[in-house]
Structure formats: structure tokens, C-alpha cells
Write a protein that binds this ligand. Sequence first.
Ligand SMILES: Nc1ncnc2c1ncn2[C@@H]1O[C@H](COP(=O)(O)OP(=O)(O)OP(=O)(O)O)[C@@H](O)[C@H]1O
Length: 310
Amino acid sequence: MGTVLTVKDLGKAFKERKIISNISFEVNQGEIMAILGPNGAGKSTTIRNIMGIMYPDEGTITFHHRQGETIPRNKIGYLPEERGLYKNVNVMDILLYLAELKDYPLDRAKQRALTYLKKFDLEGKEKVNVEELSKGMGQKVQFIAPIIHEPELLILDEPFSGLDPVSQELFKQEIYQLAKNGTSILLSSHQMNLVEEMADRLFMIHRGQKVIYGKMEDVKTEYANFKCTIRGFNNKAALEQLPDINRLEQEGDQSILYLNKDVHPAKWLQQLPADLQIQELTIDRVSLHEIFIDIATDRNLLQEEGDVYA
Ligand SMILES: Nc1ncnc2c1ncn2[C@@H]1O[C@H](COP(=O)(O)OP(=O)(O)OP(=O)(O)O)[C@@H](O)[C@H]1O
């Protein structure tokens, strides 16, 4: 699996204020790589530097390790967070115009546009003005725009925002398909459940710096400790006395016991006292959503555990 994009030691400041520093990651062929972080972390700044919308103060960005060459824009597709299409143009014309900007053969672009319109349930809409489309339909056309020219690298900034569940599933399946066919995907999204499900690897950024970089599986095993959720009225102090409790949250009759790293859940369960009140009990690994909140709110278990990629 070759490396398509390499971002190395990227740094950018605005008016003396350092926005991102030492950002380094790679996107490999055919993988879905997620770039995550709280609002204002520096994701869009990173993406804008990759897209050449702004220029780095420090570091390099290379395509297929070709040092000193500018990134071939026609090999990249970009769905920006802030979207918009020319209003009084019909769907096919806008898609062909965008393909032409990328030097893509127009007959092939037309074929691809028709295929995608059909796939996205927009068959027969090619002559319709963009402004006559519903919001969801417009989003589908916006999704087709960055893939019309068969880019090697596709950058998707919040592709699922505002989509109904059916369209969300449609986009998700299409992203999988593109990756399967060899397109490299850099995905920025705040929908952690989707990222957890879809991404092969992730890069998490906080206050302009890397906090996690690695394979989704490794991040989960290394960082997503087990938590035990118990429903039943139990004394908080008594629960805190249980072994291997890293953190405890209690609200009403529900207690969430965050366990230490490397706890074996079956063995841990055997140590529970017989008088514990249990209406329901579940054991899960903490989700990417919880990892994200920990980092974003500076509860940061990473620092406490001190051993993950950062
Ligand atoms: N053109 C600019 N001039 C000055 N500051 C900027 C500019 N663009 C971004 N910033 C600042 O850089 C920081 C990072 O912004 P960026 O848009 O990269 O964050 P983000 O991670 O994409 O956030 P979000 O999830 O909210 O989209 C923010 O503090 C923002 O105010």
C-alpha cells in the first residue's frame, strides 16, 4: 500500500499566533484516514494547506513522495465544509464544468455524472437548475463534484452534516466503495460513531498539535479502556473502593465505572461484592466519542496514561 500524501512538520501561524505546529501524517492508497479534533483545533487549516488555499510557514506536503513538486490539483477531490454551487446552472453543466477545471475528458465525465446521478436517486435531474433542488439533493450533487474526475486523493470535510439517515448511508457506502477501488480518503467529521466505524486510521489534533495518530484498532486497544455501567442504587464511596477504578460517574441509579488499562473484564467481574445492587450491568470499551470528549475537555486520559502515540 503506497503512500499518497505525506504531511511533514506542518506549521502555520496567523498574526504571530501559532495555529498548528509539527503536524505530520500520511494518507495511504485506498485507506480511510480520519482527521479529528475539537472546534478550532486546526483541521481546516491543515486541509487548506494541503489544498494550496494557504501556504505553510513550516514543513512540507508531498504527493507520492515527490519532493519539490507542487501537488497535482487534478489528482485531488475536495468537498469543503462550507459548500455552495452556482445557483442558476443546471446539474450536468456544473459537474462538467468542474471536471473540465480538472482537465478530465468531458465524455467520460458525462458518463460518470449520469452513473452517479442514478446511483444517488437523481436520475433525470441533469437538466434541472441547482437552485430547484432540495437541500439533500444539492448535497448529493456536491458529493459528486469532487469525485467526478476520479481523484487519487479525496478530502471530505464534514460530508455527513445535514444528511438524513438514508443519504448518510448512501454516502457511507460510496466512501467505502471509493476506498476499495483505491481512492485515498482524508475524512474530517465530528460524527464519532461514523468515524469509528469507517476509518482505518486516525489523526487527532488538539490546539494545533497531534494527540493521537494510529490505526483505529490500535487506538482502541491502547486507549479505549473498559467501562462497566451498572444500573441499581449503590453507594458511590463503596463503588470507589472496588479494584481498578480509574474514574467513576454516578447519576441517579446509574453508575459508570471507568476501569484501569489492562484490566481483564472477566476477572474484574469476579471481584464484585455479592451485595451490589444490579438491575442491569454492561461492560464495553469506551467509544471514540468518549476518547474525543476526554481530550477536548482536557480530562485527557492520554496524559494520565501517558503512553499513547502523542
Ligand atoms: N484566516 C484566519 N485568520 C486568523 N485565524 C484563523 C484563520 N483561519 C483559522 N483561524 C484560527 O485557527 C484556529 C483553527 O481553525 P480551523 O478552522 O483550522 O479549526 P477546525 O479544527 O477546522 O475547527 P472546526 O471543527 O470548528 O471547523 C482557530 O482558532 C481559528 O480561529
